[in-house]
Design a protein around this ligand. Structure first.
Ligand SMILES: O=C(O)c1ccccc1N[C@@H]1O[C@H](COP(=O)(O)O)[C@@H](O)[C@H]1O
Length: 203
């Protein structure tokens, strides 16, 4: 089970995620989030991340050049796009040398499945709630009829108490969490991060 802990901005909770065995750590560059960080802060933070752990920059609706410039300045390995950007933008990010995560809501996923199934296979897929980072779960039932191919990730309202059940029900290859490992909105909690990793690994 691939586990990503997202919305990190402080050395202590980044260390907790690494200590607990996270496969990926995420940093939010999208505007308007309580977790938004700047590239210089992330460049410092990623110095502590081993090469085996993915460092993910999270963007939503930002211009392509800004995404590339920010991701390069921050030194992240992977770009995650949440804004319904065309798949060609993710293709170009790959050409720029980044690994990619394409984040879609369930409706966006079902629409892409109908209109461009080959595009869905070119990038690591993350299926998220309609409002990313809000801590709101969604009904994964429709995924059972059309399960995604490959090692897709599930996000949206996950926390240590529900991640095991949702992994069992929806069958993702990985999970991504932000709100569910926070003590208050935007404030990460080391004990919750550790509990989330343990619950996801036990599923
Ligand atoms: O975390 C945010 O604030 C955020 C803002 C804009 C785009 C994506 C964001 N986070 C992503 O949302 C999910 C986690 O959501 P939840 O809080 O656990 O429900 C995850 O994919 C984050 O990368």
């Amino acid at each position: 089970m691939f586990v990503k802990i997202c919305g990190l901005s402080e050395p202590v909770t980044l260390a907790a995620a690494l200590e607990a065995g996270a496969d990926a750590v995420g940093f939010v560059f999208a505007a308007g989030s309580p977790r938004t960080v700047d590239a210089a802060t992330v460049r410092e933070l990623v110095q502590a991340v081993p090469a085996s752990v993915h460092t993910v920059g999270v963007f939503r609706g930002q211009p392509f050049d800004e995404v590339v410039e920010t991701a390069r300045a921050a030194g992240v390995s992977t770009v995650q796009l949440h804004g319904g950007e065309p798949v060609s933008e993710l293709d170009r990010l790959r050409e720029e040398g980044f690994d990619t995560i394409r984040a879609l809501s369930l409706d966006e996923y079902l629409s892409a499945l109908a209109t461009d199934p080959s595009g869905l296979r070119r990038h690591r897929l993350l299926i998220d709630a309609p409002t990313p980072g809000a801590g709101e779960p969604f009904d994964t039932g429709a995924l059972l009829a059309d399960p995604p191919h490959g090692q897709w990730l599930l996000a949206g309202g996950l926390h240590p108490g529900n991640v095991g059940r949702l992994i069992a029900e929806a069958g993702p290859g990985g999970v991504d969490v932000s709100s569910g490992v926070e003590s208050s909105r935007g404030v990460k909690d080391a004990a919750l991060i550790t509990a989330f990793l343990a619950a996801a690994r036990a599923a």
